[in-house]
Write a protein that binds this ligand. Structure first.
Ligand code: A2P
Length: 341
């Protein structure tokens, strides 16, 4: 595979740092690495494959100056909206981790285990979108089941870690925990979440829309349909929990055909990048602490509905910074390179 110049936009952030780690572990064929962030972090150092790289300020010209061929964006929607076109103009393919371009019809939205062929549509705009973290792990687990039993409807409740909102959100939770043990929690501030997150559970991620669902919930609804090329009914309740890393999901699936827990387990064993841990008698099931730093999506608590033969319940957990962001982006980049080489 040819070596390429790779820019990471948001290289000092929670996802950007993880992108560097994943590329290193996957031995990604990097010729030159260009870590980019805002002027605040310009001059800082990041490490990649044992070498130090200086973080540069993101500018309109940097992609051309550094001859960037792949640009991984994870610095927020407004940054992608403004700068991704400059990267494309400079001849790079953009793999964008924000929600900005995801639902544009001519921009592919890709989970390599589910719809790898959609990458070919990168030619349309020079951009490939990385889905929402909660959507990625869910569709990875749905795909092997859909192939065999046909999915009609999904009802999901998420339990999402604070790292999904970035580094400062993780720090906010840690500070509140510290304040709790110092008996100062009532003085603790919250900026990243609408309420205190330590010792709490918040049934709101992102803004509410007119239909009573949040933007995060509607991302799961709309992105699932686009990735799976199918008009699956999805209803989501997205909840922030005081966990640093690892999103969990309680998923109820309505199938066209009848299903058994054993048949579902068998299908999931054969799923790509899926690990089944399902031995409830021994209290064995995936949890956020099971999945930290892992590149697979974990499934457990697989059981048939008590009333209906075509309904299944399961528990899906993955590292949101990896499976839900960095690893998915790097896997897209590798597939793109394979296709273009
Ligand atoms: P910086 O370190 O300069 O603030 P997180 O999701 O963990 O909060 O990280 C966000 C990432 O996006 C950081 O690397 C941050 O860089 C970067 N970033 C935020 N705003 C901008 C911007 N306007 N231009 C370039 N990078 C940005």
């Amino acid at each position: 595979m040819r070596k390429v110049n790779v820019a990471v936009v948001g290289a000092t952030g929670a996802v950007g740092e993880e992108m560097l780690r994943v590329m290193e572990e996957y031995d990604f064929p990097v010729n030159n690495l260009i870590p980019l962030a805002s002027a605040r972090s310009a001059g800082a150092k990041v490490e990649f494959k044992g070498e130090e790289y200086t973080v540069l300020e993101l500018t309109e010209k940097v992609f051309e100056e550094k001859e960037v061929e792949i640009a991984l964006f994870s610095a927020g929607g407004s940054v992608s909206a403004h700068y991704a076109p400059y990267a494309v103009e400079a001849g790079a393919v953009v793999i964008d981790n924000t929600s900005h371009f995801r639902m544009e019809p001519d921009i592919p939205l890709v989970v390599p285990e589910v719809n790898p062929d959609d990458i070919a549509a990168w030619q349309n705009r020079g951009i490939i979108a990385n889905p929402n973290c909660s959507t990625i792990q869910m569709v990875q687990a749905l795909k092997p089941l859909d192939d065999i039993f046909g999915i009609k409807r999904v009802d999901v409740a998420t339990y999402q870690a604070t790292s999904g909102a970035g580094k400062s959100a993780m720090e906010e939770m840690v500070t509140q925990m510290r304040d709790f043990f110092a008996f100062k929690l009532d003085e603790s501030e919250h900026n990243k979440f609408p309420h205190q997150i330590a010792l709490n559970v918040i049934p709101q991620i992102d803004k509410f829309m007119d239909n009573g669902y949040t933007k995060e919930e509607m991302k799961m609804v709309n992105e699932t349909k686009k990735i799976m090329h199918k008009n699956i009914e999805v209803s989501a309740t997205c909840v922030r929990v005081p966990v640093l890393r690892g999103h969990s999901e309680a998923v109820t699936i309505w199938f066209e055909r009848d299903i058994t827990a054993d048949a579902a387990r068998e299908a999931l064993y054969n799923g790509k990048n899926i690990v089944v841990i399902d031995n409830p008698q021994n209290s064995e099931y995936p949890m956020p602490i099971t999945v930290v730093d892992k590149d697979e999506t974990y499934v457990g608590r697989i059981r048939k509905d008590i009333y209906r033969d075509n309904v299944l319940h399961m528990w899906v957990v993955a590292d949101n910074l990896r499976v839900g962001a960095a690893t998915n982006a790097v896997r897209i980049a590798l597939k793109w390179l394979e296709m273009e080489s």
